[in-house]
Write a protein that binds this ligand. Structure first.
Ligand SMILES: Cc1ncc(COP(=O)(O)O)c(C=O)c1O
Length: 476
């Protein structure tokens, strides 16, 4: 099983989930659970649209069960690409389909690497030979020697490095894992793909209390710029970050952060990629989190909510500017995946977006986000609940040993609290959410986007009871 301590199931049964409806799941014993994690932050429309989506899949199966996007198109991929482009902000108009989030991140990094090659950036500046042809355009061969250099280096991009943030999760395939900022899941696979540097995420909770928001933003931006300078700005192709970082617990950006990140990327001619595998398709109350924070990325990676996880499909969305060097007569993005743009997956994603529009899912999240936050805020009275952060239908609660000093739990205490108590207690109480200590210990709450006040109350009531017992346990 994925990311699972298998030994635990020597002594306990594997939970087997057999059906779902709305925000609820049912296990093989008939017990019901409120799914406060929407599968894996991903079943945005909830579990009740199987008939309608199944019909769309069946219709597509009958018409054309599979065909490829390698040199061919088919109607569903064309329609879905157009739909995604119309929902994506600004000139993010070009769509490349893949099978999930890791592949999307992997593809984005490859796209960024090849972008600079395709744009014709000179790979070995300074090697230009005497007698260079006057007026040659950047990247054009000026002499025979130069032509050989350009050709020989076409497969060795000089801009290949990426910058991401500490504790950020970006997937598990080797490229995506290399961008990942979680030491524990990187360590068994090192050495990873060079060279990624990780800078601070936007965790405000453990910053000095006297620091202003503007100072915090400046600290983050200075650090980002210093990292790029240290790596060599003309070796960096990608800055890859989530609009709101999930791992570590819903780190929202401070005021001015994204404007500053965009400016730094522009200053050093680096592509900015927004990892919206979680935040797109309504989670933050917008089709894309980039719109919510006016991020203006060059690339967006998405997956989960694109189909509400009724299908395995992801997408890389790029601006016209990023794709421009790939549009020449003999150029191409040298990348492909058999199942990228699979017609049945596309049909499902199209139906999901149709349902989201019809049911007013985005409007619902915006209308209810304040109520969700204020309901969850009741939990701040519990001794171990230190912080509540997030936006839209995307929240985390940070658990602390001492609320006044914000002291966190030790590794052993986390083990006792999260794995020894909370995960099982929540599950026993009929709720699925995630107790996570990839950073500081947090509870992640991210229900289907069809949740309403009844579900907010139930989540808060179950968490209230379990966390109160958890507080007592840690004081004992
Ligand atoms: C921000 C982010 N990027 C990438 C991924 C990887 O997606 P997948 O599990 O579909 O490969 C995830 C998965 O949770 C994610 O949260």
């Amino acid at each position: 099983m994925h990311f699972t301590r298998m030994g635990e199931y020597d002594v306990a049964d594997v939970p087997i989930i057999v059906r779902g409806d709305g925000c609820y799941l049912e296990d093989a014993n008939g017990k019901r659970y409120l799914d406060a994690l929407a599968g894996l932050f991903s079943v945005n429309i909830g579990y009740s649209f199987g008939e309608e989506i199944g019909q769309a899949a069946l219709d597509q199966m009958r018409e054309l069960p599979f065909y490829t996007n390698w040199s061919y198109a088919h109607p569903r991929a064309i329609e879905l690409a157009a739909e995604v482009a119309s929902l994506a902000p600004g000139d993010l108009n070009r769509v490349f389909f893949c099978s999930g989030g890791s592949e999307a991140v992997e593809s984005a990094w490859k796209l960024a690497r090849q972008y600079y090659v395709a744009r014709g950036e000179k790979q070995f500046r300074g090697l230009v030979t005497p007698g260079a042809r006057a007026g040659a355009q950047d990247g054009e061969a000026e002499t025979m020697h130069d032509a050989i250099v350009v050709a020989a280096t076409a497969h060795a991009p000089r801009r290949y490095k990426a910058v991401a943030r500490h504790i950020a999760y970006h997937g598990t395939t080797l490229g995506a894992l290399s961008i990942n900022g979680i030491p524990a899941i990187r360590a068994p696979f090192e050495p990873l793909i060079p060279e990624v540097r990780h800078v601070s995420n936007t965790n405000r909770y453990h910053r000095p209390p006297e620091e202003s928001e503007a100072q915090f933003t400046q600290f983050l931006l200075d650090e980002l710029e210093q990292a790029i300078l240290a790596m060599g700005p003309d070796t960096v192709c990608l800055v890859h970050m989530e609009p709101v970082q999930n791992a570590g617990g819903c780190f929202t950006p401070p005021e001015g952060y994204w404007r500053g990140v965009r400016e730094i990327c522009d200053r050093y001619d680096i592509l900015l990629s927004a990892d919206e595998v979680i935040t797109a398709f309504g989670r933050l109350g917008y089709w894309f989190g980039s719109e919510r924070y006016d991020i203006r990325p060059d690339i967006i990676t998405s997956a989960k909510g694109l189909s509400s996880s009724y299908a395995s499909i992801g997408a890389v969305i790029a601006t016209d500017r990023v794709m421009e060097p790939f549009m020449g007569a003999t150029s191409m993005f040298s990348h492909g995946i058999t199942f990228g743009g699979h017609p049945v997956m596309c049909a499902i994603a199209l139906k999901n977006i149709e349902i989201m529009k019809r049911e007013g899912i985005i409007e619902h999240v915006r209308a209810k986000e304040d109520a969700f936050r204020s309901t969850l805020a009741q939990l701040l009275d519990i001794p171990i609940v230190g912080d509540l952060r997030g936006t839209g239908f995307f929240y985390a609660i940070e658990l602390v040993k001492d609320k006044d000093t914000r002291e966190t739990f030790s590794d052993e205490e986390c083990e006792k609290l999260l794995r020894g108590f909370l995960s099982n207690a929540l599950f026993d109480a009929g709720m699925i959410c995630r107790a996570d200590d990839r950073g500081d210990p947090v509870i992640q709450i991210s229900p289907p986007l069809v949740a309403g006040q009844a579900e907010f109350d139930e989540i808060t009531s179950i968490l209230g009871d379990v966390l109160t017992r958890g507080s007592a346990l840690m004081r004992a």
